[in-house]
Design a protein around this ligand. Structure first.
Ligand code: ADP
Ligand code: MG
Length: 385
């Protein structure tokens, strides 16, 4: 709620009116996500299991007719007017919004220009995909202003292209797909090659669990180079294994190719292949109501990301251990790593002890105090008014 007890979204409209000088034509929202299983598998064309969450980016928008896109963020400021033929060279935070417009214009969107004002409660750089929330909310707004909707998969790929080519972050397509296809019923099993997607019920309530996110407050912003390096290593490993992508390799193949791959590429490939298998095992465990199986699978995923893929950090390791000792049923780092968040399944009456355990462990280790949020599965990007 806003300061005067009005909903946030009204506040956004009044801010829009203040800065643009006319009311918005509508408001659009897109959620962040937390990934339950399958990290660094998306750009290897494998499987992931994200959940769209009740933290979201909201965009108020109004068409312009002068071939200019002007975007402002209540958190980041005013990017200034940019001609539509210069969107591809956008810099900084505006590259996420303007890059998405650039990619949609490439898809043939007939956009005469727009004013956009956005706000987001997805924490930035916390591994909850604030970036895809911005991209997908902007994409929904621009399509409706242009009066035509593209298939959601086309929108996801366009937003991913914006992040790769305009922002310069060669990310996979998981975040955009999760933000666009989100479901209040649970997680999304996504095949990042075919883009087939289906909902997997989490049934958190009947199982006596909540979905908790522990933000280590270590921003992964500085890790862009390491992410791109992991991606290159995966491509190289696939080449040496003679497969189109690591998604196609088996554990046996990776094991047998140890000498060819060497220790580093071998470990990277081992993570991707084992993580892909864990996605399916988590889905099977959920579908046969075997909650007890989730703890060991989450633990194995965290160890694999830490030891084989080398993308954890002391703050994440400490938070995972403390969450489990505080009563979490399952906990692992989530997202790209190098900071960001831990995802945990927690019985509601253990939330307090999990939070305390994580705070105490962080304090003892000299880490920033992590923030615990309970999140709920949510529907995907849409127009709100
Ligand atoms: P994550 O997606 O995990 O939060 P990223 O590094 O991929 O982290 O994306 C974070 C970036 O997204 C920010 O640095 C900023 O450029 C952009 N961003 C996120 N939220 C906002 C916002 N409210 N306003 C403007 N830009 C934002
Ligand atoms: Mg991101």
């Amino acid at each position: 709620m806003g300061a005067a007890g009005r909903p946030m979204t009204d506040e956004l409209s009044s801010r829009f009116l203040d800065v643009v000088g006319a009311p918005p034509a509508g408001r659009w929202q897109a959620p962040g996500r937390v990934n339950l299983m399958g990290d660094h598998t998306d750009y290897n064309e494998g499987f992931v299991l994200p959940v769209a969450i009740d933290l979201r980016c909201t965009v108020a928008a109004r068409p312009r007719t002068d071939g200019v896109l002007h975007v402002r963020s209540l958190q980041r400021g005013d990017a200034g007017p940019v001609p539509l033929d210069q969107l591809g060279s956008a810099q900084g935070w505006a590259a996420y919004a303007l890059g998405t417009a650039w990619a949609l214009l490439q898809e043939g969107l007939d956009l005469p220009g727009a004013d956009l004002v956005l706000t987001s409660d997805v924490p930035s750089g916390a591994g909850l995909s604030s970036s895809a929330a911005v991209e997908c909310a902007v994409a929904m707004a621009l399509q409706d202003l242009a009066g035509s909707r593209l298939p959601l998969r086309t929108v996801a790929l366009a937003a991913q292209r914006a992040e790769a080519h305009v922002v310069g972050a060669p990310v996979g397509v998981m975040d955009q797909m999760a933000s666009l296809f989100g479901s209040a019923d649970g997680a999304l099993l996504l095949d990042c090659r075919s883009l087939d997607i289906r909902t997997v019920d989490l049934d958190l309530d009947p199982r006596g669990l909540v979905l908790a996110v522990l933000d280590t407050r270590v921003s992964h912003d500085l890790a862009a180079g390491a992410y791109a390096e992991r991606r290159r290593q995966c491509e190289q490993a696939a080449l040496l294994l003679g497969v189109p992508a690591l998604r196609d390799a088996t554990e046996r193949q990776v094991h047998d190719a140890a000498a060819t791959l060497g220790p580093t590429l071998g470990a990277r490939a081992r993570h991707v292949v084992s993580e892909g298998a864990r996605v399916h095992r988590v889905v099977e465990a959920l579908e046969r109501d075997d909650v007890a199986a989730l703890g060991p699978l989450f633990a194995a995923s965290h160890a694999s990301l830490r030891d084989d893929f080398g993308v954890s950090c002391p703050e994440l390791d400490t938070a995972v251990a403390a969450a489990v000792s505080g009563g979490a049923v399952a906990a692992r780092m989530t997202g790209g790593g190098f900071g960001g968040s831990v995802v945990a399944l927690v019985p509601p009456d253990a939330l307090e002890t999990v939070a305390r355990s994580c705070r105490e462990a962080a304090q003892q280790a000299g880490h920033p105090l992590p923030a615990l949020r309970v999140v709920t599965p949510s529907s995907g990007a849409a127009r709100v008014v």
